[in-house]
Design a protein around this ligand. Sequence first.
Ligand SMILES: Nc1nc2c(ncn2[C@@H]2O[C@H](COP(=O)(O)OP(=O)(O)OP(=O)(O)O)[C@@H](O)[C@H]2O)c(=O)[nH]1
Ligand SMILES: [Mg+2]
Length: 328
Amino acid sequence: MSPPLSPSAAKLANGDRRTLAQSITKIESTRPDDRAGAEALIEELLGLTGGSIRLGITGTPGVGKSTFIDALGVLLIKAGHRVAVLAVDPSSQRTGGSILGDKTRMGNLSTRPEAFIRPSPSGGLTGGVARRTRDALLLCEAAGFDVVIVETMGVGQAETAVAEICDLFLLLVAPGGGDELQGIKRGVMELADVIAVNKADGDLLGPARHTAADYRHALHMVRPKWPDIETPIVTCSALTNEGLEELWSTVADLHRRLADSGRLDELRATQAVAQLDREFEHLLTERVSRLPAFTKVRDQLRAEVRAGRRSPSATAAELANRAWRELH
Ligand SMILES: Nc1nc2c(ncn2[C@@H]2O[C@H](COP(=O)(O)OP(=O)(O)OP(=O)(O)O)[C@@H](O)[C@H]2O)c(=O)[nH]1
Ligand SMILES: [Mg+2]
């Protein structure tokens, strides 16, 4: 029998939103104590994680992500799901504030008790987007959310980070001519498991269908995500809800297919080890950087490289040797 849960773990496992929010804040904290506490909590609750569809959503600003997540989220809740939304927005770190009104733009969803919306953290750590978000995602799962949506904007680095922690990645695009297609980087199309053309309503219905056909065509030129699965392309409207149910069945079917074939477990296992490796590297660098003798040598060698007297590669090797000796 497993030992009884600590009070906060028990609260979180009970779906207590306050505890969930506080734990995510600790994950995002720069204070090692906070982080350690939250990490211990995740470890304690690990057996309760893994039960959600982890869906990443990306799309250029204005494509309708917030409106879409609001509409889809409400629909999922009506179907009996509990939905968590995590936002990853590296640009908000640059300006030092989280997206204003993120919650108000998901006005229908944010008032539902079955939903949990977490805007992106403001300021602070530039790296570690994947780590913080993945840990937050695990906490949401432990709290009983069975759909976790991770929203990001059309910034390459963040998209890769989100793809590294999600089961499926949805690319949201807007109706438009070839320009729109050109604006989407090839790399993003390669990351996508599903593509949805949003705003397929009113006058935009025709153009939306055209855009879907354009993407279908363009997909022939990129590497398929799964060798035996053709990337589904659908049209929908976050305003009228048209196509949202079909879109969700597409996502859920794909998820089931990956789960049944063992590929989902494999993907998640690989993602978890990748997080271990990334985090270990980060901690090692951080620890070494705190050794005074080492930092002194590093500053000297940096000056040598800056002045062009030493080559970066050879100097890096020397620096690594010094670090190794310092650690012994
Ligand atoms: N016609 C139509 N308009 C939509 C649809 N979805 C969103 N919009 C509109 O598109 C605009 C942008 O929507 P948002 O949901 O804020 O888009 P976003 O992608 O979250 O934008 P950022 O947060 O700035 O990246 C708003 O005026 C929405 O009302 C849709 O399905 N059809
Ligand atoms: Mg938005």
